[in-house]
Design a protein around this ligand. Sequence first.
Ligand code: NAP
Length: 327
Amino acid sequence: MAAGHTPICIITGASSGIGLWASKALVERGWHVVMACRDTAKAEAAAREIGIAPESRIIMRLDLGTLSGVRGFVEEFRTLARPLDALVCNAATYMPRLTEPLRSPEGYELSVATNYFGHFLLANLLLDDLGKARDARLVTLGTVTANSEEFGGKVPIPAPADLGDFEGLKAGFTAPVAMIDGKPFKPGKAYKDSKLACMMMNRELHARFHDATGIVFTTLYPGCVADTPLFRHAPKAFQRIFPWFQKNVTGGYVSQPLAGERVADVVTEPAFARSGVHWSWGNRQREGREAFAQSLSAKASDAARSRELWELTARLVGLTERVTEPA
Ligand code: NAP
């Protein structure tokens, strides 16, 4: 960290779970955080409860499920006239028991709209801000269940992530379409697809903008943080059994504070200054476990597919100009 400069990081979805604990970890490393949350009162209460110093945090409203909400957040952030050193795209919604898709105001299926479209727009709008900082980083939460290169990504419940040939996006992604691949709605798969799309977004951000801007673009899987509110819409029995199973059977369980530290490592540590990487701590946790660069599946690593996904998404979120042209 340069002397005299207090770096600033925006973290989306910092009202609970990994984003909340990452905010605390960053503040304890001398950073200021902008906690970008849809429920600011909840974020304030959570920040107080775990002791995030009030002078080191700003809580700002961001609803990623609406494109106008994302644009409004960026405008409001700019009124602070503060530089931006890092953006953590963390927020997500997981609604595995829906029988019919929920829709954003634009008519898009809500988990893809929130987890992927909202972050796609946010990342693009903040690129210029990040580009002004030295050692800027844009970090996105990925997940093992969206990477068919790994065992967790092959689990067929309800189905592995698969974006097909983006038929749903090509058809405009409004009703009756609810899935990126255009197939019938499966809410659990919609979540996995949204996370896979985020990981492919990162590859394309790297390809387009790393050389020109110096921004380091990464994703990470911090481990299975099985007791966060992410699982609040899953059946109650699942919420009880899943943490136990991850602790005692798979060994994949990671606590929320440790996951927060891992996010903070990827934001701040020189060892994570490699752009285009998906970092993982693997699926069997043990004391002192080191991160490693995890490869993605062949389809997720295909440059032409990432480019096509980028261009389709840019159109759906209303972005044109330089973001649709390779650097
Ligand atoms: P979490 O505690 O539920 O946190 C999700 C955050 O996203 C909450 O602050 C939530 O806000 C926010 N959010 C939801 N919809 C939003 C919207 N429309 N606009 C703005 N914010 C919104 O879950 P978590 O486990 O910490 O998940 C954080 C990230 O880690 C996610 O990207 C998830 O995919 C990833 N991840 C989690 C695990 C795990 O095992 N938990 C593993 C791998 C990756 P509200 O409080 O208002 O709902």
